[in-house]
Design a protein around this ligand. Structure first.
Ligand SMILES: Nc1ncnc2c1ncn2[C@@H]1O[C@H](COP(=O)(O)OP(=O)(O)OP(=O)(O)O)[C@@H](O)[C@H]1O
Ligand SMILES: [Mg+2]
Length: 334
């Protein structure tokens, strides 16, 4: 049995973890706001070098999970390690050496509206490396701006002068300011048109491969999941209920997972990916073949097996549903 499933019986870890290769380790996480419990006994491992997609219904606590990992939300219970070092209960000073190794693109961008793009990119540089000043600071900021595909003249512009896609890139430039090893992206393609979203995905993938990043990527975007994520973690019932490749997840008999990935939008995303691969002349096995293989891998042969299949895959009950969208509560969260 893997270490993961040993500590959390609800979680189906589809591959044993090598502890040296785990960049983020979350164990027994609990987050509650008053009587409202968002996470309960949540476990998660993010492996070095992967793009981990994090999905779940709106309000299931994806952003709160990210905020817990980066220290903006103190959990009620649980342990979090980043780069092998505990972060819960430690001050900002104490975690300085960890925080300078990651970059964050918040949901909604969170650019400072009174600063130019270049000045926004300089914010983390000034905070973590105050010794960098003058031309060097300007040069680093310009380099990051161009690296994210923005035109060089975007640097002196204010966020209000940018399109949505350009704002996302500016946010990414700021997240990359410190040459991070670990990147947190919260809904990076939300609000972008499909072409802009696909370009942003390509950018994320190529930067990840070139810079050797590990990426924690929260998204609702099925195309993003299919196009660039190595594995996907599913948040539901206050936990990570499953983690694995999409094909591995598709083999699980869980209502929300099946609806999400195999519903009309999921199938459209699969078809789009298959077309891209076919156009590139690399369409190897069909998606159906891949699912068959995944079913072999995780020992599921019959999706109609209901709870039995679910139990074999470590999902309690096998039919967990995600809470409906809570618009009112959502409005309060920032
Ligand atoms: N600071 C806070 N105070 C009280 N409740 C909060 C706070 N932050 C988040 N919540 C609540 O926690 C729940 C999870 O919020 P979170 O923002 O993590 O959801 P999410 O999964 O990221 O949703 P979405 O997909 O819509 O972004 C929501 O019900 C939200 O209202
Ligand atoms: Mg969110």
């Amino acid at each position: 049995m893997s270490e993961f499933s040993a500590t959390a019986p609800h979680v189906r870890d589809l591959d044993a973890e090598d502890s040296d290769d785990v960049v983020i380790r979350v164990r027994g996480l609990r987050n509650a706001f008053g009587d409202s419990v968002i996470h309960d006994n949540l476990d998660l491992d993010v492996r070095r070098g992967e793009i981990l997609g994090v999905v779940g219904g709106s309000g299931t606590g994806k952003s709160v999970l990210m905020r817990s990992i980066i220290g903006l939300q103190t959990p009620t219970e649980g342990e979090i390690e980043v780069f092998g070092q505990p972060t819960v209960g430690r001050s900002l000073e104490e975690t300085l050496n960890i925080r300078r190794r990651w970059g964050v693109l918040f949901q909604g961008g969170a650019l400072f509206s009174t600063l130019t793009v270049a000045e926004n990119v300089q914010v983390p540089l000034r905070e973590f490396y105050p010794e960098i000043t003058g031309d060097l600071l300007d040069d680093i900021a310009s380099y990051k701006v161009v690296m994210t595909g923005l035109p060089p003249d975007a640097g002196p512009k204010y966020p209000s002068e940018l399109s949505g896609g350009m704002k996302k890139r500016a946010g990414l430039a700021r997240a990359l300011a410190l040459d991070p090893e670990l990147l947190f992206l919260d809904e990076p393609t939300a609000g972008l048109d499909p072409i802009g979203a696909a370009r942003f995905d390509e950018l994320t993938r190529s930067l990840t491969d070139t810079l050797g990043l590990t990426v924690f990527l929260i998204t609702h975007d099925l195309d993003t999941l299919y196009a660039i994520c190595d594995r996907v973690a599913v948040l539901a019932d206050k936990k990570v209920i499953a983690i694995g490749t999409i094909d591995e997840l598709l083999a699980l008999d869980h209502e929300w997972i099946q609806e999400y990935f195999n519903g009309p939008r999921g199938r459209t995303a699969i078809a789009a990916q298959d077309k891209i691969k076919a156009d590139a002349g690399t369409l190897a096995p069909t998606r159906a073949d891949a699912v068959d293989t995944a079913q072999e891998t995780v020992g599921v042969r019959d999706r109609s097996g209901g709870n039995e299949a679910a139990e074999r895959n470590g999902i309690e009950g096998g039919g967990g549903t995600v809470r409906p969208r809570d618009e009112e509560a959502e409005g309060m969260r920032r």
